[in-house]
Ligand binder design. Sequence first.
Ligand code: GZL
Length: 338
Amino acid sequence: MKRVLTVLLMAAVVSFAFAAGGKQGGGSGGVTKGMDRKIVMGYSQIGAESEWRTACTNSVKAAAEEYNIELIFSDAQQKQENQLQAIRAFIRQKVDVIAFTPVVSTGWEAILQECKDAKIPTICVDRTVDAPNTLYDVYIGSDIKAEGVKAAVWMVNYMKNTGNTRGKDDGRRAINVVELQGTVGSAAATDRQVGFKQELAKYPNYKITKSQTGNFTRAEGLQVMEAWMKAPDAGDIDVLFAHNDDMAIGAIDAIKTAGKKPATDIIVISVDAVKGAFEAMLRKELNATIECNPLLGPQIMETGVKLVLKQPVDKWIPSIESQYDWTTAEQAYPSRQY
Ligand code: GZL
């Protein structure tokens, strides 16, 4: 009897998998027409705060189409309570898999346990959560701390070799850095700051003299930098490190309004590598951007299919990313996808 049941179960899994259009969980068309039922994925997205977020959302929606997955998409308007409500609704709707980008890192244990209790696999996308990784199935996204390290490494090299109008880094001169942080409590902001500071600690003449959140938006990046440019010590600023390009682009406007030259008087380094950053680099107003890839849709859908088909998946699926500055921006810009 046991053997019969095992054979029947295997047949059921195989038929569901083949009904998923043959290639199990793989590449475009992996789960295509011909299935007797579409896989249903609930996705809780943070909002639309930046070019990066919009590119991420577009990638998710396009990939759901391509993978023939029914996507129930929720925009949380930057509020965690909206995310928790949306995920509870997904559970009530008995979706097959839940993906979410946590707006902040804390406060996810209970809801992830509810998903587990409902036997719905979960994919944490783009930002990590402060919760045991046994509570979710996969994290798909960047090594955010490494992005902060890369930004600091690039900055020190540039200041040693080129410098700003106040001169190069001779290993002794005080180099004053101001930092525009992303959303307070988000893994993206926390980990970029940790990585940046960890690398900066190797160079005692570098100091972060001001640090404030611009919430990953252009408007708030402009606002904060405007205030810094009006302060009596504005002339001491050597470098701006912004946790994303949108805040850097806003800050660049403030630097120009104050009569200073961005990327020359004040070196500007940010993260994401969105189109706006390339345009600013081509205008020689931004010095460098560390790529954080938002085009996660295909990886999310492929992973969702594998989870539904109970196939093995890695605990962390890292994004593929690079970095760009004036030496590489012009050549890379035409082929940028976001
Ligand atoms: C990073 C992502 C951040 C981007 C911002 O993984 O969460 O959120 O860097 C976006 O542009 O708003």
